[in-house]
Design a binder for this molecule. Structure first.
Ligand SMILES: Nc1ncnc2c1ncn2[C@@H]1O[C@H](COP(=O)(O)OP(=O)(O)OP(=O)(O)O)[C@@H](O)[C@H]1O
Ligand SMILES: [Mn+2]
Length: 270
C-alpha cells in the first residue's frame, strides 16, 4: 500500500521554500533542523525570532487572503522570487498549524495591497474596513446603479486643512468609527453625494462632503482618470494619508499613496 508520502509527496517535492504562518517556536525549530530548507515566517509579530520574517499587518481570517498577502509581502521584500514554489503551512481549524498548501509565487498577481497596508500611517484594521467597504460598494452600487466614492484615510487634520466643505458635515461632533456596523449603512447612503470622506488614523469618521484642494503639481496619475482620482492622488502627496477611490465609470477600486497609484482591483474579483 502506498504511504502518505507517495500520495501527497508532490506537495513537498522540489519546493523552493517553506512559509510558516504564525508558527509556534517548536514548529519553527523543527523546520530549522531540516537540511537545506529555506524557511520564512509570516506573522503579525516575529515571536520566534525568525531570520527571514514577513510582517502581516493583521491576522487575515480568510486563508487564501492570508497566504496571498504573505506571498506578496515576501516578493516585495525580495525574500522569495517570482515563480518560486512554496509550501505554506498555516492554521485553519485551531490555534496550531494544521494545513499545508502548495503555492507558486506569481509576481503578476501582485496588487499593491501589501504596500498599502504595511507602510501606511493609519491602522491596518481601519484600512481594511475602508477597502472592504469600497469593494462592497463597487459590487452592489447604490440601488443597482454604479456609484463612485473617495475615502481619505489617515493624517486627518492636515487633510481637513487642504479641503473645504461642500455641505453640512453629518459626522460633526459624532464619534462613529469605520468598523461600526451602522457606519456601513450611513456611508453607503452618503456616498451618493459629492466629495470625499475623511477618516482618522484610528478610524474615526471626521467628515463627509469634503472638496479636496491639494496641489496637483508633480502628481503623475494614469491618463483617462478624472477629477476624483486626480484629487485622490494629489492629497496623498501633500499629506501622509492614503486614499481609496471607487470609480463610478469603470467600477474599479484604486488606492493612492505618496502621490502614486499603488493598487488597482476589480471588486467583482473579490
Ligand atoms: N477635488 C475633489 N474633491 C472631492 N471630490 C471630488 C473632487 N473632484 C471631483 N470629485 C468628485 O468626483 C466626482 C466625479 O468626478 P470626475 O468624473 O471628474 O472624476 P473621475 O476621476 O472621472 O471619477 P469616476 O471614475 O468616478 O467618474 C464628482 O462628482 C465629485 O463628487
Ligand atoms: Mn468621471
Amino acid at each position: 500500500m502506498a504511504g502518505l508520502d507517495d500520495v501527497f509527496g508532490q506537495l513537498f517535492s522540489n519546493a523552493d521554500a517553506v512559509a510558516l504562518f504564525s508558527p509556534s517556536s517548536s514548529d519553527y525549530e523543527r523546520c530549522q533542523t531540516a537540511d537545506d530548507l529555506d524557511v520564512l515566517v509570516v506573522a503579525t509579530t516575529n515571536d520566534v525570532g525568525a531570520e527571514t520574517f514577513v510582517e502581516l499587518p493583521l491576522e487575515f481570517e480568510d486563508v487564501a487572503e492570508r497566504i496571498s498577502f504573505g506571498l506578496e509581502g515576501a516578493l516585495e521584500q525580495d525574500v522569495i522570487e517570482d515563480g518560486d514554489e512554496l509550501v505554506c503551512a498555516t492554521r485553519v481549524f485551531g490555534d496550531e498549524i494544521d494545513t499545508i498548501s502548495r503555492v507558486r509565487a506569481n509576481a503578476d498577481d501582485r496588487t499593491g495591497i501589501y504596500d498599502l497596508f504595511a507602510k501606511s500611517r493609519a491602522e491596518p484594521t481601519v484600512i481594511k474596513a475602508v477597502l472592504e467597504l469600497a469593494i462592497e460598494l463597487g459590487k452592489k452600487g447604490q440601488k443597482g446603479k454604479p456609484v463612485g466614492a473617495l475615502f481619505v484615510v489617515g493624517d486627518a487634520g492636515k487633510v481637513m486643512n487642504k479641503s473645504r466643505p461642500l455641505s453640512y458635515n453629518p459626522f460633526e461632533k459624532s464619534h462613529v468609527h469605520v468598523g461600526d456596523p451602522i457606519v456601513n449603512v450611513m456611508l453607503k447612503e452618503f456616498s451618493r453625494l459629492d466629495g470625499a470622506f475623511v477618516i482618522s488614523d484610528a478610524g474615526k469618521i471626521v467628515s463627509a462632503y469634503r472638496y479636496l484642494e491639494p496641489s496637483a503639481e508633480g502628481v503623475d496619475i494614469p491618463k483617462g482618470l478624472g477629477a476624483r482620482h486626480m484629487a485622490g492622488g494629489a492629497i496623498t502627496r501633500d499629506t501622509n494619508a492614503i486614499t481609496i477611490v471607487l470609480s463610478e465609470s469603470d467600477g474599479l477600486v484604486r488606492a493612492f499613496k505618496a502621490g502614486e497609484l499603488i493598487m488597482e482591483v476589480d471588486p467583482e474579483a473579490y
